[in-house]
Design a protein around this ligand. Structure first.
Ligand SMILES: [Mg+2]
Length: 350
């Protein structure tokens, strides 16, 4: 499907490695004062003055983390940047630079990598980060993409997974579960397409879910919102593997338990409709879906008034003593221990 869209096919060998790097990075400029030297030397040079530096890296493998049958390369590039930027945001830091490393086999023409880079460059612009380096090499099979993100923060702003206390409130931004159901819709359409390539699916009823899967956004805005509210979270993590497993991370790192209220978990109305259509339990998806890239954090109870009624935030529960365990309080008011299943485990049963 990818190759068909390209009218022109220039083989990678026509450019060679250095030619390819030069081609892909030809119009990349840097704009941040912390970037002293970007692409073009043996290393980038960065200057963060008296700020702390936060670094995070991520590896994406074709067939494991993405499927090019329904993931356009431009979206893949964008998403690869977003997932890394999200980790910097989860430290309550500001993303500033990224490096991009790619390994590809000869089945990808130069034009395909241009599309991938278009997505990467677009995301860099949206999130205000400089592309300062990377590597390009060949792979025997498939595509491998690795992005490293760098960010800056004042020491006192940095928020860790550890740091919550037993009376803190548990808060999530946005809504959860949509990206997972977007993937389910795309998987279904892929199977329909394989049976009948002429079938034109109507994806309108699923637009929000598909966008959350193919073009997620990192919550770079949250740091400034919290700052304006004079609110310092006590612990924080981003929702990449699923709400359930992220809550468990905060609890384990802070040495606490938690109570999560099923009725409080924020979900989009489209998710509710599509879960009904697929006959899947909404709470299971919201807890284990993952790839939402929202932020999950804790605040002191005394700070509750600062976020009350704020549409960015939903209080979904509270921390407890470790001995109380990590529990979901259902709508029927029964307690079920939370398990970290993750979205891989979720799809195994199908
Ligand atoms: Mg993370």
């Amino acid at each position: 499907m990818i190759e068909d869209k390209n009218q022109q096919r220039t083989s990678l060998s026509a450019l060679g490695e250095f030619g390819l790097i030069g081609h892909l990075t030809r119009d990349i400029e840097t704009s941040l004062p912390s970037t002293l030297k970007g692409i073009g030397d043996d290393g980038a040079v960065l200057d963060f003055k008296d700020k702390k530096v936060v670094v995070s890296t991520d590896l994406l493998i074709e067939g494991v983390h993405f499927d090019l049958a329904y993931m356009p390369l431009k979206h893949l590039g964008y998403k690869a940047v977003v997932v890394n930027v999200s980790d910097i945001c989860a430290m309550n830091a500001t993303p500033t630079q990224i490096t991009v490393s790619i390994a590809v086999s000869n089945r990808f023409p130069v034009e395909a990598l241009d599309e991938l880079y278009d997505g990467i460059k677009h995301a860099a612009k949206v999130y205000g980060v400089d592309i300062v380096g990377g590597d390009t090499t060949s792979s025997q099979k498939g595509m491998i993409l690795s992005i490293t993100a760098i960010g800056e923060a004042e020491a006192e702003d940095i928020t860790y997974r550890a740091g919550a206390t037993s009376t803190d409130l548990l808060i999530v931004t946005g809504d959860v579960g949509a990206a997972y159901m977007g993937l389910q819709v795309l998987e279904r359409e892929k199977q329909v397409f394989q049976v009948n390539p002429n079938n034109q699916p109507d994806l309108d009823p699923y637009n929000y879910l598909i966008e959350r899967q193919l073009k997620p956004e990192a919550r770079k805005d949250i740091k400034a919102i919290l700052k304006a509210l004079e609110l310092q979270p006590t612990s924080m993590i981003d929702v990449s593997d699923g709400l359930s497993s992220e809550i468990i991370h905060l609890c384990k790192n802070s040495g606490l338990g938690a109570s999560l209220y099923e009725e409080k978990i924020p979900v989009d109305p489209q998710l509710i409709n599509v879960c009904e259509e697929f006959n899947i339990d909404i709470t299971t998806v919201a807890l284990n879906g993952g790839e939402d890239y929202e932020l999950l954090f804790t605040i002191k109870q005394a700070d509750y008034d600062k976020i009350k009624g704020n549409p960015n935030f939903t209080v979904i529960g509270h921390m407890t003593e470790e001995s109380a365990g990590i529990n979901l309080v259902t709508r029927a008011n029964t307690q079920i221990p939370l398990k970290a299943r993750g979205w891989n485990a979720l799809s195994e049963g199908e």
